[in-house]
Design a protein around this ligand. Structure first.
Ligand code: BGC
Length: 765
């Protein structure tokens, strides 16, 4: 097929090797199901209640068995032709003779929930109905084993609620009543949580009457089936938490400041996010129900022979993993380092590397090898305590802890010892806060913060020196090496140049607009489409696709290969439908459980976020589809996201909120990055020269193109000055032309943006 044929002519040619469409195909649904099962985290399994097997009879309670939430809402939603819910998944297991499912409850739940759907409620936003006493008794005479299901939904542009009476992070009163009813009648009780982010775990953690709990996440369109796969032991759980589950919402260090104001968020907890807080600050460890990295299996593992050594500039770690139980299973080995507390202060543990085994049979041992650069352990000095704006390895002893959660580790014999403070990288101050009065220290007290000037001086880009081609050239001529890109750009009038720096009309099956679209010069209108859980089509066009598990579930697989495969499968669907840019991965940090879009994001930890994002980007771009890592950066709350100022120290920015993007850029070079709506330390992210040009491009070597988020509130010409190449989904052409006329922006400024846009388009196919 000719270059860009799909993008230009929309021929809708199926990509299956058998000539069929692959969009929403069985193989992709199977991949979705397997990934969902792999990401589920078994939190509790007293007495080995799970897996249900040998025909065990169960009664399933809770509307979530029917009201299954495949993923969150907004641009992260996916239009599918069906969703397999938990009840249907379990009935399939029953038909295979594995379990017996009490049938008397489902009609009740269906009727109650369908009524609420008809009233306009969304899946997961319905109210738990009161179970009639008679049904409860009938179920109890069928079996003594109950499965309680609970679901949660959230979406873009709104945040979740954390008050105990609100029934979001916590149980609703109606759910509490349902659980009390079940606890009163059944002896063996397991729980399934179908949610996209942390919810309260205390009610099952602290109650001995509840034997088992499976965190099944929002598992995509086959999530109910995947849940049944794990509950019935067809899949041994191997997911591990990528977020700390604290006892109460208020235990998270960011809970107080999360909703303090609609206008700003002050990141007082600084680098002590998630386990970096809970494992470090005195008294915080007791507030945890389930630590970072934790997850049970149906088998047991032993991690032994832990060795660490210095190998050039890297720390190399190896360990042996033995399956010591009776069932096949996979284990994830995690390496944490512990740096000296020093002058700058450090979390007591930080994830450095991890490796998941393949399936090990009972008794089988596998050796795993991991490695990470010594420089990963450096801290950024943003106040000049040792050396201003430098990454520093403080003198002292660095130890290494290897295990299967942040808490269950073995210390390696080897320590990395430094006699002197060592600068690993000298940078310059970027996007420092002027309005952050204080930030947390490792002992939980706060230090006062200076007020910094927010931004550095902009340096105008070097002019593009070239002559226009003698005859009008098309973009394909550049691709074929007949004309240079610089020369190609010179033939565009100012109006044409500015005209390709904003979104273009929708074509085809998606609704997020295109980029390019200058037919006169053969620039195709490359369509974009969302999103993190799968390729999102416009609901009206009736093209359904595969909904994969939510990003948090994918991260809990701790398996970059799985995430790569999902990237490639989703990109194939995107490509088959003639779209060129897939607006994923989303990779903001789970700063607080209430962020309405946490389900779209990976983790509270930037190493996990960065590695998973990089894997997805590699998968996507292996098909010559552009990935768009988003939302850059510090977009950790939804309420008033267009105008909210994220006020955060430069250290926390660099070590937590930028770190995942840095890993993704350095490991996978996404062809596009999406700047976020919010303001960062006083300057809109999309107008932020410090972040977009100095950090992203100059420090990290990002080679791609930057797009705004959709319909943001920034001024287009200021965005181009900052290095934000394209404004989506529409621009403000008149004001850019006026700014050009008034000398506020130059033709060179526009040319460099256009060049990056066209370079990106030329990579597509
Ligand atoms: C979201 C982006 C999304 C875009 C296009 C915005 O509202 O924040 O993540 O890609 O819309 O749908």
């Amino acid at each position: 097929m000719k270059k860009w044929a799909r993008l230009r002519y929309s021929p809708c040619m199926p990509m299956g090797s058998d000539g069929r469409r692959i969009t929403g195909c069985g193989a992709h649904r199977q991949l979705s199901r397997e990934a969902a099962a792999e990401g589920m985290v078994l939190l509790k399994n007293n007495g080995g209640l799970l897996p249900f097997k040998d025909g065990r009879r169960i009664a399933v309670f809770g509307k979530a068995q029917y009201d299954y939430v495949k993923g969150g809402g907004g641009s992260g939603d996916v239009i599918v032709d069906h969703v397999t819910n938990i009840y249907d998944g379990l009935k399939i297991k029953e038909s295979e003779g594995k379990i017996g499912v009490y049938d008397g409850l489902i009609d009740f739940y269906k009727a109650e929930i369908d009524k609420q759907y008809a009233e306009g409620k969304l899946p997961g936003m319905t109210t738990e109905p009161k179970i009639p006493e008679e049904l409860l008794s009938k179920a109890a005479s069928y079996t003594d084993t109950a499965l309680i299901t609970i679901c949660r939904y959230s979406g873009e542009d709104w945040d979740r609620k954390g008050d105990p009476q609100d029934g979001d992070f916590y149980l609703s009163a109606e759910e509490e009543e349902m659980i009390a009813d079940v606890l009163g009648k059944f002896k063996n009780i397991a729980v399934v949580i179908n949610a996209g982010a942390q919810t309260d775990s205390e009610w099952f953690h602290s109650d001995d009457r509840i034997s088992a709990a499976l965190l099944a996440w929002q598992g995509g369109m086959e999530g109910g089936l995947a849940t049944a796969d794990v509950l019935c032991g067809d899949v041994t759980p191997s997911g591990k938490l990528v977020d700390t589950f604290a006892k109460r919402f208020v235990d998270y260090p960011s809970s107080e400041s999360f909703a303090e104001s609609d206008d700003y968020v002050k990141y007082y907890e600084d680098i002590y996010v998630g386990y970096r807080y809970f494992e470090t600050v005195p008294g915080a460890a007791e507030k945890v129900n389930y630590p970072f990295g934790f997850g049970l299996s149906y088998t047991t593992f032993d991690i032994s022979d832990v060795k660490a050594e210095l190998d050039g500039d890297n720390i190399r770690v190896c360990a042996s993993v033995t399956n010591t139980g009776n069932t096949d299973g996979k284990e994830t080995v995690q390496v944490y380092y512990s740096a000296p507390q020093g002058v700058l202060g450090k979390p007591s543990r930080e994830l450095a590397s991890f490796k998941k085994t393949d399936t090990l049979k009972p008794g089988e041992t596998r050796k795993v090898y991991m490695s990470f650069p010594v420089s990963l352990m450096a801290s950024y000095d943003d106040t000049g305590k040792i050396q201003m704006s430098a990454y520093i390895l403080e003198k002292g002893r660095y130890s290494f802890h290897v295990g299967n959660s942040v808490r269950n580790t073995v210390k390696a014999d080897f320590e990395y010892v430094l006699d002197e403070n060592t600068v690993t990288e000298q940078l310059t101050q970027q996007s420092a806060p002027s309005k952050l009065e204080k930030r947390m220290r490792a002992d939980g007290t706060f230090e006062e913060m200076p007020s910094y000037k927010n931004n550095t001086e902009r340096i105008a880009p070097a002019p593009i020196n070239a002559e226009p081609p003698k005859e009008a050239a098309a973009l394909i001529d550049v691709y074929e090496g007949k004309v240079s890109l610089d020369s190609f750009i010179k033939q565009l009038s100012d109006d044409e140049l500015a005209g390709i720096l904003y979104g273009q009309p929708n074509t085809g099956v998606a609704n997020t607009s295109g980029m390019g679209n200058l037919e006169k010069y053969g620039i195709p209108n490359v369509m974009t489409a969302d999103g993190p859980a799968g390729f999102r089509t416009a609901p009206s066009v009736d093209v359904t696709t595969t909904a994969f598990p939510c990003a948090t579930a994918l991260a809990c697989t701790w398996n970059p290969d799985t995430v790569y495969k999902i990237g490639a499968a989703g990109a194939a669907e995107v490509k088959e439908n003639n779209i060129g840019i897939w607006l994923t991965p989303a990779m903001n940090i789970h700063r607080n459980p209430l962020c309405g879009r946490n389900f779209e994001y990976f983790s509270e930890d930037p190493i996990i976020a960065g590695k998973m994002a990089a894997a997805k980007v590699r998968g996507i771009q292996s098909l010559h589809i552009a990935a768009s890592a988003k939302h850059f950066c510090a977009n950790n709350k939804e309420v008033n996201r267009y105008e909210s100022d994220s006020i955060v120290s430069e250290r926390a920015l660099r070590e937590i909120y930028l770190k995942g993007f840095e890993i993704c850029v350095k490991e996978a070079q996404p062809w596009t990055i999406m700047s976020s709506y919010n303001i960062v330390n006083g300057t809109r992210a999309s107008e932020n020269y410090d972040l977009l040009t100095n950090v992203l491009r100059n420090e990290w070597g990002f080679e791609g193109m930057i797009t705004t988020d959709w319909w943001n509130h920034a001024e287009e010409y200021k965005e181009h000055l900052a290095g934000n190449d394209i404004k989506m989904p529409v621009g403000d052409h008149e004001s850019v032309m006026a700014a050009l006329k008034d000398g506020k922006i130059t033709r060179t400024d526009l040319e460099v943006c256009a060049k990056r846009l066209l370079q990106m388009i030329m990579k597509l196919d």
